[in-house]
Design a protein around this ligand. Structure first.
Ligand code: S6P
Ligand code: ZN
Length: 187
């Protein structure tokens, strides 16, 4: 892993880019297998153009012990089977904390420690804190793209299997007048 010097990093909000730029990632509907409760609606959305659900741009700071990498995630507005578009969600295997800063749009931070579920409304300027041991997923509950900055310990790692097995405690549903929460697993 190459060390990086002290530096500033520019975020161009209109273009959604960081410079200097590190790795970029695009997650399409097909990358979200097994995450929406309504599997038929998910399959239909994959067949119907397989839209981009979210993208992540990262700075050059490496994911290595003692470093503090950052990334900006932008989730597109939408819902599948009534469930708001969201990130896959993960647990940090080494149980390390993380902070998010809302940049634009309206979203939320869903956290689950295996027993309790917490929801933090995220609007521009909100700092959301994810304590060690809390799996987390971001959800766009608005009509425009939702972007946030994440800063996390470089050695934290990302366990996506944890969420497939244990879920996130709650699901976030689109309602005429806003947002509704429901149980994670089908009855
Ligand atoms: C990393 C941090 C975020 C997410 C990103 C995408 O620890 O929590 O940068 O990686 O929001 O979500 P996911 O669940 O696909 O990694
Ligand atoms: Zn994380």
């Amino acid at each position: 892993v190459l060390p990086v010097p002290p530096m500033s990093i520019r975020f161009d909000q209109a273009a959604g880019t960081l410079s200097p730029a590190g790795p970029e990632l695009t997650r399409r509907m097909s990358d979200l297998e097994g995450l929406f409760l309504d599997q038929n609606a998910w399959r239909t959305a994959v067949a119907d153009g397989d839209p981009i659900v979210y993208s992540v741009v990262s700075s050059l700071v490496p994911e290595a012990d003692r470093e503090l990498p950052q990334s900006i995630t932008t989730i597109q507005p939408g819902s599948t089977g009534g469930e708001f578009w969201m990130t896959k969600g993960h647990q940090h295997p080494n149980h390390q904390g993380e902070i998010y800063l809302g940049i634009s749009g309206r979203g939320g931070l869903l956290m689950f420690d295996g027993t309790d579920t917490r929801w933090v409304d995220m609007t521009p300027g909100t700092i959301g804190y994810i304590p060690p041991g809390w799996a987390h997923r971001s959800v766009n509950v608005g009509g425009k793209p939702y972007s946030f900055l994440a800063v996390y310990p470089g050695g934290a790692g990302h366990d996506y299997g944890w969420v497939l097995e244990y879920g996130l405690g709650q699901r976030v549903w689109r309602q005429d007048d806003g947002v509704a929460f429901g149980g994670y697993f089908a009855e």
